[in-house]
Design a protein around this ligand. Structure first.
Ligand code: ADP
Ligand code: TRP
Length: 329
């Protein structure tokens, strides 16, 4: 079975974009691949979170992914900071990564622009830590969004460089993994292209029914179609895109016909959309709340993940140390 690995940011709640664009695929892959999913809490330290919120965020994110269907028995689901082999590999990879290439990274330059007062070395070596995350399990496939592709390319460079320097064929070169035809982009309801945390237009799995109704009723629309079968403007297409994800085929067809005949009432469409989103998210929301309050269960999940992740990580690190020349006396 091929190894798939993905890191999960340790802050922020899951929205429909994350769910349909990533998490749903993780859930499917658990059955067909050897999967490693971890919460990247070391990475979050670049912004100096306070200690209480650090733990709280990890717990929230873990509860949400479990509620959305990640199965700790099938996948290896762990917390990055539970695996000390990762920072050790990070240290070793730092010796073969160069200032020039790190400074050139698009994400780094963006962060420097956003926060010129906090350009720490962790930010600079963020891609090295990410490479350590991936290489520690010698993973071949990494499902990531577009913004992470450059980091993945750097991981390949570090892997190649290590192999070349030590004349081994040890690390595979990991590739970005997209889900082929299943790759979808969930739009926002504010007329913009994408639903996202930074866009501030997310409908979250944890949102209450009332919050969802409010968000959907505020969705951007237009004055309505005036000629039969006219093309939809983007804002209306967006409503239909989400409808297609959460509603029955007949419902979608019903509103498409109404639109084509210029009989559509956007209020009705939005009400239906809100109720169908709620029908979809509310069982997940209940599971999130239940898992979040079940400390015993979370403790077990984390312990199992740590054990499985460390078994694989310590094997790699032992071999890497051997290759580099650290030998026992
Ligand atoms: P956000 O944009 O909310 O910050 P992230 O960048 O943390 O989300 O994305 C985590 C994962 O969710 C990535 O794999 C990304 O491709 C996916 N994702 C995020 N937003 C969307 C969206 N609107 N449609 C499809 N996939 C998305
Ligand atoms: N940097 C990734 C993000 O912001 C998260 C991440 C950390 C990751 N380590 C990883 C993703 C390793 C894939 C593989 O989304």
């Amino acid at each position: 079975m091929e190894t798939v690995l993905s890191g999960i940011r340790s802050t922020g709640n899951l929205h429909l974009g994350n769910y349909f664009g990533a998490v749903r695929n993780f859930v499917k892959m658990q059955n067909t691949h050897q999967c490693y999913f971890f919460i990247a809490d070391f990475h979050s330290l670049t912004t100096h979170p306070n200690p209480a919120s650090l733990h709280e965020n990890v717990k929230k994110v873990l509860s949400e992914y479990l509620a959305a269907g990640l199965d700790p028995e099938k996948a290896t689901l762990y917390i990055q900071s539970d695996v000390p082999e990762i920072p050790e590999l990070y240290l070793l990879l730092n010796m073969i990564s160069y200032l020039g290439e790190l400074e050139k990274t698009a994400n780094f330059k963006e962060k420097v622009r956003q926060n010129p007062e906090n350009v720490n070395a962790g930010l600079l070596t963020y891609p090295v830590l990410m490479a350590a995350d991936i290489l520690i399990h010698r993973a071949k496939k990494v499902p990531v969004g577009k913004d992470q592709e450059q980091h993945l390319e750097m991981t390949r460079n570090f892997a190649k460089r290590f192999n070349f320097l030590y004349k081994v064929e040890y690390f595979p070169e990991p590739e970005a993994f997209n889900f082929g035809e299943e790759l979808i982009k969930v739009p926002g309801l504010d007329g913009t292209g994408k639903m996202g945390k930074s866009e501030g237009n997310g409908i979250y799995l944890i949102d209450s029914s009332d919050e969802i109704r409010k968000k959907v009723m505020k969705a951007v629309t237009d004055a309505g179609p005036t000629t039969q079968n006219q093309e939809m403007p983007d804002a209306i297409k967006n409503l239909f895109s989400i409808l297609r994800l959460v509603s029955q085929a007949e419902t979608v067809k019903f509103f498409e016909e109404k639109y084509a005949n210029c009989e559509i009432r956007y209020g009705d469409l939005k009400k239906q959309l809100a109720e169908d989103i709620i029908r979809f998210t509310s069982p997940i929301r209940e599971r999130i709340l239940q898992i979040y309050s079940d400390s015993e269960y979370l403790k077990k999940v984390v312990a199992l993940g740590r054990e499985k992740a460390r078994a694989s990580a310590s094997k790699t690190l032992k071999e890497v140390r051997e290759i580099i020349g650290f030998r026992g006396f």
